[in-house]
Ligand binder design. Sequence first.
Ligand SMILES: *Cc1c(COP(=O)(O)O)cnc(C)c1O
Length: 385
Amino acid sequence: MQTYPARAVIDLDAIAANVRTLDAGTSAQVMAVVKADGYGHGLVPAARAARRGGATWLGAAQVVEAIELRAAGDTGRILTWLYAPGAPLREAVEADVDVAVAAPWNVEALVTAAREAGRTARVHLKVDTGLGRNGLTPAQLPEVLRAVMRAQAEGALAVVGVFSHFAFADAPSHPTVLGQAAEFARAVEAVEGAGARLEVRHLANSAATLTNPGVHYDLVRPGIAVYGLSPIPDLKTSEDLGLVPAMTLEAELATVKPLPGGHGLSYAHQYVTPGDTVVGVVPLGYADGVPRHCSGTDGRLGAPVRVGGRRLAIAGRVCMDQLVVDLGPGASEQAGARVELFGTGADGGPTAQDWAEAAGTISYEIVTRLGARVPRHYVGEGAAE
Ligand SMILES: *Cc1c(COP(=O)(O)O)cnc(C)c1O
């Protein structure tokens, strides 16, 4: 039984193949970043497919995501890096998850968690080399380093990693890229100088993994590229990079009906039929994560969709639960006809990147914001698990 008239079809083989492609392009280990519910693709299925493709590490932003991966039976290395006071750090340490130290207060919190768990917590020092977001500034590092090395001597913590994140990885020639890499090298030197025996130094997200082998170090941390989307769409497409988009968003038309010319469509009549035509109603809207910014308004076409092999566009405003497409005069589609909102881009089909451009955002936001009520339907090896 089809319980919902739309779904995100997730190709697990594409995720595995994308990780294989990334792995083949580096001598470093690969951490597949599966935060944000696997960038909307499903945390556990995405993680399993990434492991199959050769990811020796998984990256989760939130601590609960890391714990959930372990609870689902993942036995490999997992790193989590973003938490606030009150986070379930003891559970993370008990689950043998590596945890970032990204602020001075993290040290004491992790020491407490390690004592409660009765085991040593493996930590990665997250240094802010210039992004200006999470992480220890160069000014904070010396004192935090003293504290973590004291905790290491007591057996509470083990410093196994140092990592950082770029501000302009998607602009590989931006001067800050070199500056951050140099700052990172200084931080690594300081940590090793304090006596830490580092397993992994890591700096590269998808864009740096694909454009800058000089910063791969021991481990790369691709996220968006694992899901087949280009982190550098102005420079290269998914296809150029050998990546296959893993998510296809599709729906069945709920209503198809003829309308005369001059008829406004959807709220505020932002689209007016140019002549006699047939319109189709797609049962997906902004409550499902279709951006309202993808509307076709003020004479501008909305985000592209594909119906019956034709590339069409959203006509008028995207509503909470539905949107309208002008199928064109004489269109033969009936209710139930398949609409592809975005997918692999094969044969000229619409992509999440096209949607990002229509909405004035990035493909990351298109896939991660897909609503919880849109069922994920898995295909490929492991889909039945
Ligand atoms: C999200 C994230 C990544 C992955 O970034 P992409 O641009 O999706 O490859 C890597 N490292 C950190 C710290 C992140 O927060």
